[in-house]
Write a protein that binds this ligand. Structure first.
Ligand SMILES: *Cc1c(COP(=O)(O)O)cnc(C)c1O
Length: 458
């Protein structure tokens, strides 16, 4: 299109009202929640950027699909549609539905990982790490050095450090590495993409040592779009062709349909190894359900099958990636420090740069997240020392490597004016950042404390 503005490639058919709590109401709400944004009621939030997981809008075709969902216990028509769409995109022969991505991870790792082994990944997502560690195995992150530096510009900051992968296998021995995982896009590393060349190099290592390669494919379509835009030789290929090539380099995948499945629930595990799939299905029956529904309703299978088709449309992906970059450009132009370049699903504000006067043990990213809520009812999430700080024996705390606030953009949910509003809120907070204070933790749980901790402003 010759025009500059990339429009939302849809029109709105059903609307949900947004409540507009006033500043005094927001103050009262955040105090009640102990200054923890997870403790807010969603109705107290104006623009909710807590996560892009399961928060997107479904299309009229997805809702129509739900009406023709086949709820048969075994052999449902909806399962075969789900299977066919996934086989077409991934090329994997075995398709196992699960209720979420983490259920696919649990089944895969229970089947292939044993105590004392090591699973490499570019960066493990938190549930992936937890599921590896639950098997008493080690989850090792091997992202390239640029992927750990917020300011470093690199087109594929999610790439795996291939030399480090070889060193790891040589060091611990092939028998201790049951599977190699690559997360596309690299969620915990800022939603950064992985190049096809890198996937191919990882595949070569896996071939050399005869280790299976699985993709954590939650954002495979966003990754395919970045490859189309940034990698030589892919500009004229369709997102679907690129996704097919990505999957052709792997032996299997885990997937959360709450991301690039454009659905509110669901996931799957897919692979080529028939014997392994049989073992996985045996576990599936124990924990999820019969292999043709796996913890989902027939109508969910329909919504996901349709969502996986829509997510690969060029107009959708162009709008999707542009709407995230648009927010990054807007706040970046005003001098707000962010992780560069912006990832596919979120903009990450760099609170260490934003609030240099607040030390890590006073949680600068928590302070920034609370302030965005007070200023404009915008809810992001702290990804810093509240989430990843490590308590030490002497009562002090080892800070997280980065202090970030993630603003995740739900799919097809907010319009450009909502995003303009978020940009204005961020900029307004930046203008008075000198006056902002740190926080002290009042109460915390022994693990995953960020969900329930309460705070007090200093
Ligand atoms: C969300 C996510 C998962 C887990 O999926 P759920 O559906 O939330 O269980 C795993 N890996 C990545 C990269 C994710 O983003």
């Amino acid at each position: 299109m010759p025009y500059r503005t990339i429009i939302e490639p849809f029109r709105i058919h059903t609307v949900q009202a947004i409540d507009l709590p006033t500043l005094p109401q927001r103050r009262e709400a955040i105090e009640r929640a102990g200054y923890n944004l997870f403790g807010l009621h969603a109705d107290e939030v104006i623009i909710d950027l807590l996560t892009d997981s399961g928060t997107g809008a479904m299309s009229s075709r997805q809702w129509a699909g739900m009406m023709v969902g086949d709820e048969s216990y075994a052999g449902s028509r909806s399962y075969f549609r789900f299977r066919d769409v996934i086989q077409d995109i991934t090329g994997f022969s075995e398709v196992i539905p699960t209720h979420q991505g983490r259920a696919a991870e649990k089944i895969l790792f229970t089947t292939v990982v044993t105590e004392g082994q090591v699973v490499p990944n570019n960066t493990h997502f938190d549930t992936t790490r937890a599921n590896v560690e639950y098997q008493n195995a080690e989850a090792r992150d091997l992202v390239i050095a640029e992927g750990r530096d917020p300011a470093a510009e690199h087109p594929f900051k999610g790439n795996m450090d291939v030399e480090a992968l070889i060193d790891l296998v040589e060091d611990v021995g092939r028998d201790k590495v049951p599977v190699v995982m690559v997360t596309v896009t690299n969620n915990s590393g800022g939603g950064q993409p992985v190049s096809m060349a890198n996937l191919r190099a990882v595949r070569d290592v896996c071939d050399t040592y005869d280790i299976p390669l699985f993709l954590d494919a939650c954002r495979f379509a966003e990754n395919a779009w970045f490859i189309k835009q940034r990698e030589k030789g892919y500009a004229d290929r369709t997102p679907k062709e690129i996704a097919q090539e990505m999957f052709s380099l792997a032996d299997g995948a885990t997937m959360s349909a709450k991301k690039d499945g454009l659905s509110n629930i669901g996931g799957f595990l897919a692979m080529n190894d028939e014997a392994l799939a049989q073992e996985c299905r045996n576990l599936l029956i124990l924990t999820e359900g019969f292999p043709t529904y796996g913890g989902l309703a027939g109508y969910d299978l329909e919504a996901i099958a349709q969502g996986l088709t829509e997510v690969l449309q060029e107009e959708y992906l162009q709008y999707r990636i542009r709407s995230t970059a648009y927010l990054a450009d807007k706040v970046g132009a005003a001098g707000v420090p962010i992780v560069r370049p912006p990832g596919g699903h979120a903009v990450y504000l760099d609170a260490k740069e934003f609030l240099p006067h607040i030390p890590a043990h006073q949680y600068p990213a928590q302070s920034l997240a609370v302030e965005l809520y007070l200023e404009g009812g915008v809810r992001g999430v702290e990804i810093g020392s509240v989430m990843f700080g490590k308590p030490q024996a002497d009562g002090s705390e080892l800070p997280a490597p980065m202090e970030l606030v993630r603003l995740a953009v739900p799919r097809r949910t907010y319009t450009q004016s909502h995003i303009d509003y978020v940009g204005e809120v961020v900029i307004a907070v930046a203008e008075r950042s000198d006056d902002m204070r740190g926080y002290r933790i009042l109460e915390q749980a022994p693990w995953l404390r960020h969900f329930t901790a309460t705070f007090e402003p200093l």
